[in-house]
Design a protein around this ligand. Structure first.
Ligand code: PHE
Length: 462
């Protein structure tokens, strides 16, 4: 979104047309969360069961929370902090908590963006076979890369630099316009790679693992990871959809827009999983299922070496992933700037510089955490995983919980229903919305949070 976001401005510009809103919100939603994070979470947390839970949660929880956030934004015409404050001043803190999330995510997002750029560059300058090789110590190209002290830092700073450059010279709008062509291209390309992966010999076990839920994989961890992945991927519980909603015109149907965003986002994530997980089995290395953040960078090079025109496809693929990451990081960075502007009443330039400082500090730790700082871990996590854990597994569920309480019991679901219906259409799933927001979602979040805290401290095993 390129309009200046400020809760103090009285005339807010709007997205042009119905599609404008959906495309802008989808541009923010579709990013590394779909392509990098979804496949590794699905691989790690039970394949089919993860996918099954994800879809169920998307249809109920994700839908309800997104409708609520967009409606809050459209009703108040303010971004998160101002919006909660305006509706009920005591609940101002939800906006503050929500705002912390993008401030934690943006830096490490840029670190991963840097990894993507490095791979794009490697495929431009090297033959595919070289990128799929392991060194004398058995390390993959990726493992060697992230454990080196300087190189990942340079790529991180480069990615961050590009994001800030685009924001500083104010061409985000142009970038977003190109996403109308590049996003569909991305879907197509991920589908091509997915089809190819599924036809590799040995892939069938991976397809089964990914698509068939196994009841033994049902655990609190799986539910928690599916839920947090949902927030992350749909840009929920971090104030972003409130801001988007604040720019949405009154005559646009929130309910259908939400379905469109959700379906688009979920299809891309599903295809990314299909491109990566069956290939893990086809490469004969199911131990990689637990690889976590490195999964995409270890498995895809294997797939590309086997594909005809692999190098060309790889370059195109990493370029499109880079582009999707860039549009998301612009949206994340813009959010950080507007939070600092609104909260500390700063001008735009000091806000950009301040956000940059935070990004560099958190980003440096995230990047070095895989190299020189790898001996420092918290609850068994390196810095990047730790930041991901704090934002996704702690802050987002808390924000989501309070948002549900706020909507369910303070402003009441009817406020949201009324806002949705103010565009002249009926809110078809309002009963589902009400039940989810008032009962199902808050109860589920509390159970999951308590169980995962107990588990983290070794009190119960699941
Ligand atoms: N939803 C984005 C993704 O899937 C991440 C993101 C979150 C982007 C918040 C912008 C704002 O990658």
């Amino acid at each position: 979104m390129s309009e200046k976001k400020s809760s103090t401005s009285t005339t807010r510009s709007n997205f042009t047309g119905k599609l404008g809103f959906v495309l802008a919100a989808a541009g923010s939603a579709v990013g590394l969360g779909n392509l990098w994070r979804f496949p590794y979470c699905a691989a790690k947390y039970g394949g089919g069961m993860f996918l099954f839970l994800y879809v169920i949660l998307a249809l109920t929880f994700g839908f309800s929370l997104m409708v609520a956030e967009i409606a809050i934004g459209r009703k108040t015409k303010l971004s998160a902090i101002g919006a909660f404050d305006k509706l009920k001043a005591e609940y101002y803190f939800i906006g503050v908590l929500a705002s912390l999330v993008p401030i934690i995510i943006t830096p490490y997002y840029s670190v991963i963006g840097g990894w993507v750029m490095k791979f794009l560059w490697m495929y431009i300058t090297n033959p595919v076979e070289q990128i799929a090789m392991t060194n004398e110590q058995g390390l993959t190209v990726f493992e060697e890369f992230i454990s080196s002290p300087v190189e990942p830092l340079i790529w991180f700073l480069l990615f961050l630099g590009i994001t800030i450059f685009i924001i500083a010279i104010g061409v985000e709008k142009g970038i977003e316009r190109s996403s109308k062509i590049l996003m569909p291209a991305l879907v197509l390309l991920v589908a091509v790679v997915a089809i190819y992966s599924c036809t590799l010999p040995g892939a069938i076990d991976g397809i089964k693992y990914y698509m068939m839920p196994n009841i033994n994989d049902l655990s609190v961890k799986t539910v928690l990871s599916a839920m947090t992945q949902l927030f992350y991927s749909l840009s929920l519980a971090m104030g972003i959809m409130i801001t988007y909603g604040s720019y949405m015109k009154k005559d646009i149907n929130i309910e259908t827009s939400v379905w469109q965003i959700e379906i688009f986002d979920t299809i891309i994530a599903f295809l990314a999983g299909l491109a990566i997980i069956p290939a893990v089995f086809a490469c004969g290395s199911p131990e990689n299922l637990k690889a976590g953040p490195s999964l995409m960078f270890i498995i895809l090079p294997q797939v590309f070496t086997r594909m005809r025109a692999g190098r060309f496809i790889a370059i195109l693929f990493f370029f499109l992933v880079f582009f999707a990451a860039l549009t998301s990081s612009i949206s994340l960075y813009e959010t950080c700037i507007s939070i600092i502007q609104d909260k500390f009443k700063q001008k735009r330039t000091p806000s950009i510089v301040f956000s940059l400082l935070i990004c560099i500090i958190i980003g440096l730790l995230s990047s070095l955490g895989y190299g020189p700082l790898s001996m420092i871990t918290f609850l068994g996590m390196q810095f990047l995983d730790l930041f991901d854990f704090i934002s996704n597994s702690v802050l987002m569920p808390i924000v989501a919980f309070f948002t549900c309480i706020f909507v369910g019991y303070i402003i009441k679901p009817k406020t949201i229903i009324h806002e949705v219906e103010s565009s002249g259409n009926e809110f078809k799933l309002k009963s589902l919305f009400t039940v989810v927001i008032k009962y199902i979602a808050p109860i589920l979040i509390v159970i999951i949070l308590i169980a995962s805290i107990l588990q983290a401290f070794g009190k119960i095993s699941m």
